[in-house]
Write a protein that binds this ligand. Sequence first.
Ligand SMILES: Cc1ncc(COP(=O)(O)O)c(C=O)c1O
Length: 400
Amino acid sequence: MIDNLHPEMLSNNTVRAQSAEASLSCMSLNFHATTAEVDLGALAFNYQQLRQLIPPSVKFLAVVKADAYGHGAIAVSRKLEELGTDFLGVASVPEGIELRQAGLDKPILILSGIYPEEVEEVLSHHLTPMVYRLDIAEALAAAARQRRTTIPIHIKVDTGMGRIGLLPEDTPAFVQRLQAFENLQIEGIASHLSTADEENPSFAEEQLKRFSRTIEEIKKVGITPRFYHVANSAALVNLSAANGTLVRPGIMLYGSYPAASLKPKIALRRVMSWKSRIADVKKVPAGNPISYGRTFVTQSTSLLAAIPVGYADGYSRLLSNRGEVLIKGKRAPVVGRVCMDWTMADVTAIPAVAAGDEVVLMGSQLGQEITAEEIGGWVGTISYEILCSVGRRVQRIYKG
Ligand SMILES: Cc1ncc(COP(=O)(O)O)c(C=O)c1O
């Protein structure tokens, strides 16, 4: 019983227990079997590649929403600020606040628009909202008036994406009404393309025409915003006419291509490598079922590697019996169902595999590569979703 211990012993034991606990927690803090290495040097390379495509007069908004497409918004935004991005773009007010609290001070555009409850936070954190509703414009103007300040806003026009924004025909009247609000400064006007990554440019060109006409119309009511912008990554490479005075690339900063047809047009480097370490290797006889539901049964004596990654880490359950991983520079098939915390790979064909060996889930190893696009193909989705899904439990490690 601890009560019977001499006070000195108690304190010594307590100290020892505390330091043992500290070193244990230190060990567990330092070691993570499953990691996502984020190569900030590759991010810098991609930034320069994209920057080169636009004239120096065109400003650059780096899209860092969704935790910088899973790469970690704070570290990525710090690097992008250092590289000279003019704007950062996030999806929501909380994402913008996270960056302000981390000390980022470039203008931050909220790409999705805001709610009335967020007006005060937008002002106090110097965020720039996208606006397409009169009630929001009124609330922003009132809050800005109260603070005796002016708030920059960008108007969102829906030229064919069919998501958020004003229809082109409604935009001039909307902008005219905003002129009554002295505390709002219409700094920009934006739209979003739905097909810039497709080989047939006709609908994107139609959207651009609608956007240009809208800009001409609002000029007629006396508004010439400093920034007009529509270009995502694909448009930046495919449609120089989309440049405007500001571009908004996201996915290509992270080294992924929105469409395979864009690959020959621009060299990019993969920023994220997703890795794990084999927890155990086990020889099992023929007829051995693997994982939940026994969806895979060994045909012959097999060597199986247990990998500590699962759908809770963003490794999709749809990869069950479908995905592949790299071990010793060779592809090993995922066998059985992907669990919450575990994935099994058949390593029978790979010599000398042992516990502790590196597993590459996404990235390269000894000349072999698995890309986010390839994983997306296995599960019927796009690289964007694969990158954004890499879970919080996966430790991000920043290099370069
Ligand atoms: C409004 C807006 N602009 C720009 C982007 C960046 O697009 P991409 O990642 O394809 O470059 C996105 C991404 O979805 C977006 O929603």
